[in-house]
Ligand binder design. Structure first.
Ligand code: GCO
Ligand code: MG
Length: 421
């Protein structure tokens, strides 16, 4: 064993030293086992590697190029243990800050470094964050149906499987392809190479949603937690009306009731209703939700690891939210890979102001490409104790599923005007 006087810290060969943690390779892996995922694999001199998810649904190759062309050359030779400094370097150093592409790329690096640190310390990441605050993370599943009866049956199936919380969406009479409704086994919005054009009708939607939740409470009682995603379709005053109309059915939350770029619009919804509000799956930084959080205009913040700059930034966001009684409710649709789900679950296991975690089943092919140690038991997801984030990638298998271009749909009003999908 060498001593500090014999070798400089730059070339120190002993385990855990800077040299051991030197990044020697960083590889961007694009695979499509049922849907597209972008994964960053960072390898250190010691051979320990870490994974980070960089998937941005419908714009995957933009992040792959950001990483490959602009970030990877900066990683080689750096110390994988300087997680905070790396975050600051990539955020400040690019000059061009924030935005989904940049923040997803930074997140991939950040999570890969936390994974490496965990593996080197022989500890699961939740332990590095400060340890367990709970045994399992409450999750909600996605139930949907072409009409109210079908949606209610679907909710019943989730309850039978042990789910304690279920998001419910149903078809809107006169609307051909309502958000969240699918006749396939799992709801998967990015269906076609070019965006599917859907038509939207707000009055019909505002009529059917309270009827749906009235029926769900009749059929399933008051104890199951029910959630609903408006998916940015309403104006602030319409959102206020829906939130008020849903009050009798005591939703766990009403999500993305109106687009949140205009954060002040949530004041209007709050003024008219006590329905809990969730926002933020499309946010990328603390600055996107600062006004919403510090004015207590929302109850749950949805920004998760992959689109919010990784564990390092989302931890800052969650701490800020805790000061204002806002809890986490991380985005967890199928376009977030098991790598994000693993990292999010370590976070959920630790974060004091945890609320809920969204959880949709990935396809068997995706689960095979990304073996992981988290398990669902009685409505909660449990992380394993594998060092790091507990998710791996089978690169040979990943190579069998080449990238397949797919985009999210768009929505138009009946007169042809573009609307928010
Ligand atoms: C959700 C989301 C998703 C998004 C999808 C976009 O709450 O789960 O709204 O269904 O539409 O993640 O890529
Ligand atoms: Mg949503």
């Amino acid at each position: 064993m060498s001593t500090a006087t014999e070798t400089s810290t730059h070339t120190h060969p002993e385990p855990g030293s800077r040299n051991d943690r030197e990044i020697v390779d960083a590889k961007v892996i694009v695979t499509c086992p049922g849907r597209n995922f972008v994964t960053l694999k960072i390898t250190t001199r010691s051979g320990v590697y870490g994974l980070g998810d960089a998937t941005l649904n419908g714009r995957e190759l933009a992040v792959a190029s950001y990483l490959q062309d602009h970030v990877v050359p900066n990683l080689i030779g750096r110390d994988a243990g300087r997680i905070e400094d790396m975050w600051q370097f990539l955020h400040r150093g690019a000059y061009w800050r924030r935005g989904p592409v940049t923040m997803s790329a930074i997140a991939a690096v950040d999570v890969a470094l936390w994974d490496i640190l965990g593996k080197m310390a022989n500890l699961p990441v939740y332990q590095l964050l400060g340890g367990r605050s709970r045994e399992g993370a409450l999750v909600y599943g996605h139930a949907n149906g072409r009409d109210i009866a079908e949606a209610s049956d679907a909710v019943g199936k989730f309850i039978e499987q042990g789910f304690l919380a279920v998001r419910a969406q149903c078809g809107v009479p006169g609307v051909k392809k309502a958000y969240g409704v699918s006749n396939a086994k799992g709801y998967e919005p990015a269906e076609s190479e070019l965006p599917l054009e859907t038509v939207w009708n707000t009055p019909r939607y505002l009529e059917v949603v309270p009827q749906l939740f009235e029926q769900l409470r009749k059929d399933h009682g008051n104890h199951v937690e029910l959630l609903h995603d408006v998916h940015h379709r309403l104006t602030p005053i319409e959102a206020a009306r829906l939130a008020r109309d849903l009050e009798p059915y005591r939703l766990f939350w009403l999500e993305d009731a109106t687009p949140a770029e205009n954060q002040k619009s949530f004041e209007l919804i709050r003024k008219h209703s006590v329905t809990a509000l969730a926002v933020g799956e499309v946010f990328n930084s603390i600055w996107d939700c600062k006004h919403l959080i510090e004015n207590q205009l929302i109850d749950y913040i949805r920004t998760t690891i992959v689109h919010g700059g990784g564990i390092t930034h989302v931890r800052r966001l969650a701490d800020f939210a805790a000061l204002h009684s806002v809890r986490t409710g991380f985005h967890g649709a199928t376009d977030l890979s098991p790598v994000t789900m693993g990292a999010a679950l370590h976070f959920d296991t630790w974060v004091p102001n945890f609320g809920i975690q969204e959880y949709m089943f990935h396809t068997d092919e995706t689960d095979e490409v990304f073996p992981h140690d988290y398990v669902l038991r009685a409505g909660r997801l449990h992380v394993g104790d594998t060092p790091g984030i507990g998710v791996d990638i089978d690169e040979k298998l990943a190579a069998k599923y080449p990238y397949a271009p797919k985009q999210l749909p768009v929505a138009r009003l009946e007169d042809g005007s573009m609307w928010d999908w």
